[in-house]
Design a protein around this ligand. Sequence first.
Ligand code: C5P
Length: 218
Amino acid sequence: MSAASLGGRRIVVSAGPTYEDIDPVRFIGNRSSGKMGFAIAEAAARRGAQVVLVAGPVSLPTPSGLQRVDVRSARQMREAVIAQLPADVYIGAAAVADYAPAEIAPGKIKKKDERLTLALVRTPDILAEVAVHARRPTVVVGFAAETHDVEFYARGKLEKKKVDMIAANRVGVSGSGFESDDNALTVYWRDGERALGPAPKTALADELLDLILARWPA
Ligand code: C5P
């Protein structure tokens, strides 16, 4: 494992799920543990970067040597991430909800009819916004959690969201995934790709940072 220095670089990492409130006691969430993003933030800080970790609701301790900003919803995560620009690198490892309730009910929704329809609206796409921002980081990296046609969707995301790299979770590899300590990634950029792992998320974090460094030397 290489440990090339990231000294002097400012890196913003998002991690974990978002929770989109339905009423005062319910929300729409997902099973992201935040482990991958926390591992990346921790590795970057250990290698000397100035790291801001924007974390959704997770039960993980704060790695040493970095600044953590806790948020709950996609909207809050967007505000927190944009407020941290400019930066050298943005790594969007959070599993941001794509849809949120159109409105949050002020009181607990009571059961009544057999069928209840919730109106949902699109959340802001933080990654796409960062990638075209006036204070765009030099390197913008996104993640993709796909169950099929991984390369097709990952490369589509590179183009559509105008990002520099997409790290796609390789599905079907035992032990990899949202709640696991291990993962397997295929990282795509415009004219290349690299398979990483399966390996502990801590090791993958360093390998991903090495890939970023190799393509954008100081
Ligand atoms: O399009 P999809 O949701 O699969 O893209 C995943 C990537 O986009 C991840 O890097 C995630 O953090 C980011 N994303 C985002 N804001 C959203 C949805 C996804 O930043 N609303």
